[in-house]
Design a protein. Sequence first.
Lengths: 269, 269
Amino acid sequence: MNRLRPGIIATLLSGLVAVFLLMPLIAVVPVSFTSRRYLSLPNGDWSWRHYAALFEDPEWGQSLLTSLQVGVLASLLAVALAAAFCIGIWMLRPRGAGLMTGFVLLPMVAPPVVSSLTLYFFLNQMARWNDIIAYDKLGGVVLAHMVMVIPYAVVVVMVSLSQLDRRMDLAAQSMGASVPTRVVGVILPNIRFGLIGAFFLCFLLSWDEIGVTLFVTSVETITLPRRMWMGLRDNVDPSIAALSVLLICVVTLLVVIRAAMLMRKERSR
Amino acid sequence: MRAFLFLICPVLLFLGASYLLPFLGIVQLSFTDPDPGLAQYSRVLTEDLPTGVIWRTLRLCVMVTAVSVSCAYVITLLWVRGSPLVRSITELCIMIPFWISVLSRAFGWLSMLSNRGLLNTWLQDMGLIDSAIQMTRNEFAVVVGMSHYLIPFAVFPLATAMRNVDERVLTAADGMGATRLRIFWQVFLPMTASGIMGATLLVFVFSIGFYVTPALLGGGQSVLVAELIYLWIFQIPQWGMAAAMSVVLMLGVGGILYVLMRRYGEMAK
C-alpha cells in the first residue's frame, strides 16, 4: 500500500502547486498594512489606516447592507421557486421533465457574459415600465441574481429529493392527503436540510457575484463586489487589500472548522 | 393539473420572461442592428479587431486549460492518494482559494506581480534586478490569474476519476514488478483519462467566457471576448456587434457542451 502512495516527485510538484494557490492570498496581507494610498509594501511603517477606512467610510457599510439584502432576497426567492419546481417534477414526473430541467439549468451553463448581456437588455426594457425591478435598482439586481442562482438551488434540491423515500409520499397519498398536505406535511420537512443548504449556497454565490452585477448596476445600487471592482479598476486602492484580508480570514476559519468537524465525525465512527 | 400549474410553472414563467425572451431579443438584435441580415456576423468573423480578440481568447484559454489541468492533476493525486495528514493539508490548499472571491484573488495577484508588488520588491532587495519587471497588464498575468481561479474546478472531475481507479489493478501491476513510473504512465494515467478529458472541457468552457480576471490583470492590454462584449455595450455602443459576438460565443460553448454530454452519455452506457 505504502509503495503506491505518491512519490517524492509528485509531492514536490504538488507543493509547488499549493504555494501557487496560496501565494496571492498571502501577498495581500503586507499590502493591506501599507501607509500609502497606492498598492505598495509597508517600508517599516506599518499602518492600520486602510482597515480603519473600511469602518469609517459609510460607503463600505452601505455596500455591505446592499449585498446582504440582495443575497437574502435573491436566495429566498430562488430557493422557493426551485423547491416548487423540483417537488412538482418529483411528484408528477411529467412528460418533458428532462427538457424543463435543462431549461432551468441554462443560466448555469451559458457563458456568464452572455447571461449578463441578456439581463442588462431585459432590465433596460423593464426600466421603461417601472422603477423597482429595473437597471441599477435593488429589485433589478435581486432579479438578476435570482436568474443566476436558481440552477444551483435546483441541483441541490433535486439531490435532496432523490434521497427521499417515495413510499412515504405514496402512503400519505393513499391515506387521502391532498397535494398541498403532501407537499407541506411530508415532503418539505424531509428535505429541510437540502433547502437550508440550497439557501446558503445561493447566498454565497450572490454575495460573490460580480460578472452580472457589473452589467446591471452603475451608481445607485452598489454591492460589495461591485465596490471592490471600482476600487480595483480605477486606481488600485489598498482598502481592497484590507477587506480581502478580512474575507480571507473568514473563509479560512470556516473551511478549517468544517475540516475539523468532518475529522471528528470520522474518528467517532 | 393544478399542482403542475402552481409548482412547476412559476420558475418556467420567471426564467422564460427574464432570460429566454430577452435572449431571443439579443438574437434578434444581432440580425437587425444596425444592418438587417448577417452583416454583424460577417463583421464579427472577418474584421481585424474581433477576429484578433477571438484568436487571442482561444490561444490564452488553451494555455490556461493546459496549466490548470496539469497543476490540478498533481495536487489531486496527493489529495486522493496521499496519507491522511497530506490529504487534509492539500484539501485546505484547494478549498480555501476555491471559496475566496474572484476579486480578492485577482487583487492578490496584483499585490504579487505589480511593479511595487511583493515579487518585484524582493527581487530588487536581493539585487537580482535593477528596475521592476512589468508582470501585470499583459497576457502572462492573465494566464496566471485565470489558471489560479480555475485549478479548483479542474480538481473535482479529476478527483472523481482517481477515486474510481481500482486499487487492485495498481497492486497487481506492482506485484508483477512494474516500476512506479511505469505504473503511473501505463496504468494510472490511462485509467484517469476520462477525468482529464472532463476537467479539460470544463476548464476550457469556463475560461472562454471569463471577464473579471482578464479585465483586471490584463489592464486593457489583452482584451478577451467577454471584455470586448462589455466594451461594445458600455464604451463604444454597438449592440448588434455585441449581440452577434454573444451568439457566436453561446454556439461555441454549446458545441463543446454537446460533445461533452455525448461522450459522458456513451461512457455511462
